[in-house]
Each structure stands twice: as structure tokens, then as C-alpha cells.
Design a protein around this ligand. Sequence first.
Ligand SMILES: Cc1cc2nc3c(=O)[nH]c(=O)nc-3n(C[C@H](O)[C@H](O)[C@H](O)COP(=O)(O)OP(=O)(O)OC[C@H]3O[C@@H](n4cnc5c(N)ncnc54)[C@H](O)[C@@H]3O)c2cc1C
Length: 412
Amino acid sequence: MGQGAPSGNFDAVVLGGGPAGLAASILMSGAGLKTACADPLFRQLRDRPDSFRDARTIALLQGAIRMLERIDVWPHMQARSAPLWVMRVEDHTERWPGAPAMDFRADELGDEPFGYNIPMPVIVGALWNRALACDNLELIDDAAAEINIGADAARLTLDSGRIISGRLLAAADGRNSPARKAAGIKVNRWAYDQTAIALTFTHELPHDDTSVEFHRPPGPFTIIPLPGDNSALVWVERPEEARRLMALDDEALAAIMQEHMHGRLGRITHIGPRNAFPVAGLTARDYAARRTALVGESAHVLPPIGAQGLNLGMRDAALLSELAAEAHRWDGDPGGSELIAEYDRRRRRDIFPRTAAVDFLNRSLLFGGFPPLQGLRALGLTALKSLPALRRGLMSQGLVPDEDLPAIMRRA
Ligand SMILES: Cc1cc2nc3c(=O)[nH]c(=O)nc-3n(C[C@H](O)[C@H](O)[C@H](O)COP(=O)(O)OP(=O)(O)OC[C@H]3O[C@@H](n4cnc5c(N)ncnc54)[C@H](O)[C@@H]3O)c2cc1C
């Protein structure tokens, strides 16, 4: 395998068609690069789109929403999304010193919400439909069996035996990324001994476009608005307790959820399907090397706190496409060493501090029985509550300042 002639030479090959890979494919093909995107998932999206299920909802911040608007994807998601105007953090660790409840309000920053909460199948479905309409994009429902990266191109042998090559390889093939391994990029990985349960539910009282992160010792219990009297839940627990909760019937689960929500949202009237995800951390030691750029979870995996994961993934996709389009225009090589170095440098600045901040927040809950850590959390939240300028500064950093965003994500 791998010795035959390529049956497709592309400017860019995107391996993996999850949300980050689909976004990168749409952007690169839209910029005039002849692009291929391969993922065995496409068979299901094409033949049985309604069977794609994922109980996660994803909070996408304004930068990602602006990008989706500009590639004409957002109008197909908007009706099934809910705006996030207030993000509330409540300390229920019962540890000393206690931390005050804290509201982060988008109207302190301007006249738009922080972002929108969108069901994952809606995101993937809308991106897939948009990708189908792209001129320069071939969608291949196959997996890469072998990847060889040479001086001039990356060459992929697919399960079918077909060989494709790309001058740039966008590795959007998830946390165990074969493309990352082929490029020789090492990662740091760690586990948290936590499981996140994701589900959606219907409730009696309005959510007022407010998400609430209840901080509990096993991890955050976060409710995030959806249209109408519906919300999503991301409930982080120790793995053994998560297994027990996953096995409960809806009525028993609703009773425990109501207890953890302290009366917020009133009675739970319906619970949707649930998924459980191991909570893990991963960061690549390089974000690009040898014609290969990491996009999405091949580059970074974070605990589900503060809605960072796919927002980072969308920024990976946007920056890579911007740099590739520019290189393609100037010298025709979208995978050259300058682009690789520039992408690595700029993504490092964004990914590294966010991974560290989310890791600190998660560990401060898990190991918060250790007084200095709890003290730091309490002090931080007290300072934020009493100092509006500090609060606004943190909120702007969380949203990423406009000048640090890829061009397609900036305000007009
Ligand atoms: C409970 C939970 C809640 C979350 N909430 C948020 C949130 O509110 N906001 C946020 O920004 N992020 C959130 N995240 C993170 C977000 O879900 C992830 O960042 C995102 O789903 C990752 O997308 P991806 O495209 O990088 O990877 P994936 O969706 O994993 O896609 C990788 C694709 O690569 C394909 N692939 C793998 N190997 C091959 C191969 N050899 N050949 C071809 N294709 C291959 C796979 O089939 C797959 O489709 C949350 C995560 C969890 C667990």
C-alpha cells in the first residue's frame, strides 16, 4: 500500500470531518484551494442524517458565530440555538473559605450575547449541508489507512485503496489523530478521573438566557439554555458515580438534578437521551510540522468548563484557512515551511494559556479540599465580584480580543 500513483492531487487534504474539519474544508475550498475531506462518518451523514446522535450541546462564542454567519451556515442553526446573556458561577463546594456567586453579564461588554448554545447534531448537519454545496471540495466517505508525509506533499492511502495527496494536511481527525502521529508530533495527555454526562431537559421555569455553573467537589454541574423552556446539562462526576447515574431511570435522575439545581428552573418535566464522556486533557507539543497542521481535538482536549474546546477548534480552522489561502495566492504552496511555523506560533499563543486556565479551574474543584487552592478560587471570585474593570477584562479575554481573532471572526 502507499506505492501507487495518487488518484487525486489536492492543495489541501482535511482528514476528519467532525465540526472542526468540516469548517476548515468549507473555508479552504471557499478560498479557492482544491480541497478533499475524508471521514467514514460521511456515509452516515449522507445516507441516514437523522441517525447522527450526540447529546452534547456546544456553546459557541461570538467569533465562531460571526465566522458561521459569513460562510452562510449560521442561518441554518439559529432557530435551534439559544443566546447566552448571563453566565453565573455558584460555589457549592461547602469548603472554607466560601466563594461568592458571580454573574458574568454580556451587557457589561456591549449589545450582543456572549454566544449561542447549539445542539451538536445541528452544528454537524448544517456544516455538512454547506460542505455539500462547495465547488472545490470533494467529500470522501472513507478513512485513512496509511499516511506518508514527504517533502512536497502528504500522501494518504484510504481503506478503499484509493490514494490522495495534499500539499497541506489538516489533521482534524480527533484526539487519537493518526495524521498527528504520521507527522511525528508528540502530545502531553492526562486524565482527571471524572466523567461528563451530557443531556437535554425540559423544565417548568424560564432560564432567562442564563447558564449556571454549580461548582461541586466532583466537578461542575452546568445548565445551559436552549430555545423555549429547554436546557442542556453537562454534569461532571467521579466515573463510578457517573455510571450509577447513567443507569437510573429518568424520574430518579430528575430528582437528583433538581436537588443540585437548588430550585432553579423548577420541576423537570422531560429528560432527553444521555451520553457520557471521559474527562481528559491533551495538548500537542507542536501545532504543526512537516506539511501537517493540527485542527480541533488532534491539537487540544480540555475538560468541559468554560466552553473552550470547539471554540478553539473553530479558531484553528479559521487561522489555518486564512494562512493557506494567502500562501496559495502568493507561491502556490499552502503547506510550506513558513505557513507551518506561523500557524504553530500563533495557535500556541491561544491554546496554551486556555488549556492551563481550564486545567487550573477543574483541579481547584477536584483538589479544593487543599485550603490554598480553595482560597485562591474564593479570592479570585471575590475580586471579580467587586471590581467591574477586572471582571470586564476577564470576560474580554475569555471571548478573545478582536485583534487576536482570525480575520473571518472579527467584528465588521
Ligand atoms: C460534554 C462536553 C461538552 C462540551 N461543550 C463544549 C462547549 O460548550 N463549547 C465548546 O467550544 N466545546 C465543547 N466541548 C468540546 C467539543 O465537543 C469538541 O472540541 C469538539 O466536538 C471536537 O471536534 P473535532 O472536529 O475536533 O473532533 P471530532 O468530532 O472527534 O472529529 C474527528 C473526526 O475524525 C474522524 N477520523 C478519525 N480517524 C480518522 C481516519 N483515520 N480517517 C478519517 N477520519 C478519521 C472521526 O470519524 C471524526 O469524525 C464539549 C465536550 C464535551 C465532552
